[in-house]
Design a protein around this ligand. Structure first.
Ligand code: ADP
Ligand code: ADP
Ligand code: ZN
Length: 213
């Protein structure tokens, strides 16, 4: 089963995708993670993307669609698209990539959230430098302060684009370019809306009930 998690920055896409990957054997395909990896490795894609990401703007459709195309076959038991598609062009590219493989989307799950709360979520976000597990200064602290719940590492990191000014640009990008693709999926009857302001566990339960329906 292939699904899209759609929502503005900080809506909880990565948190929920990681959980689905763990519990259901689906594979999380996060273009944000792929791009950060490319930046860290200094690949040609990373060199192009770095400044665009730091400004909170969107990387080109061609680059992100190619990244998804490269990984799609590794998620043949079901992909969770996290942070992709973000534009109408990307939505169309995804249709082609899936059709070429006789696959199709089961659901587009929209996490509906309050924008002001997102600034708090994003500026408090950090992750394990070792395994990538996600945390939050107030909403999701490690069980033992300074120690990753998953791998025991003591090293954590924050994203350079998780500051208030860049978050505002990212939200504006979401409103201008990503939210307008919802009607495309609504026409196909694929959109399922859930309350992204609920607790992580309640959001997870809402997603589970959609996937099990
Ligand atoms: P996205 O991938 O949509 O940008 P994340 O999953 O990284 O969002 O979540 C952003 C931050 O908010 C993280 O620090 C995460 O721990 C926290 N978070 C995620 N879901 C919730 C929730 N339902 N309630 C409170 N905080 C949350
Ligand atoms: P968030 O978790 O806050 O939603 P992501 O990790 O998905 O953010 O993306 C971080 C940045 O990477 C974006 O601000 C953008 O610059 C770039 N990016 C990620 N996915 C895409 C995409 N599908 N199209 C264009 N740019 C993208
Ligand atoms: Zn860890």
């Amino acid at each position: 089963m292939d699904i899209i998690l759609l929502g503005p920055p900080g809506a909880g896409k990565g948190t929920q995708a990681a959980r689905l990957q763990q519990n259901r054997g689906m594979i999380q395909l996060s273009t944000g993670d792929m791009l950060r990896e490319a930046v860290a490795k200094g690949t040609p894609v990373g060199v192009k993307a770095k400044a665009v990401m730091e400004a909170g703007e969107l990387v080109s459709d061609a680059i992100v669609s190619a990244l998804i195309g490269e990984r799609l076959d590794s998620a043949s038991d079901g992909a969770i698209f996290d942070g992709f598609p973000r534009t109408q062009h990307q939505a169309e590219a995804l249709e082609m990539l899936l059709a070429d493989r006789d696959r199709n989307l089961a659901h587009v799950i929209e996490l509906v959230v309050d924008e002001e709360a997102l600034v708090d979520r994003i500026t408090g976000r950090f992750s394990c430098a070792q395994c990538g597990a996600n945390y939050h200064d107030r909403f999701h602290r490690p069980k033992v302060d300074g120690t990753c719940d998953v791998c025991g590492s003591h090293e954590f990191k924050r994203r350079p684009d998780d500051n208030e000014a860049t978050v505002r640009t990212r939200m504006a990008e979401y409103r201008a370019k990503t939210a307008p693709i919802l009607p495309f999926y609504e026409e196909k009857g694929l959109v399922r809306r859930i309350d992204g302001m609920a607790s992580v566990d309640d959001v997870a339960a809402a997603i589970d009930s959609i996937l099990d329906s």
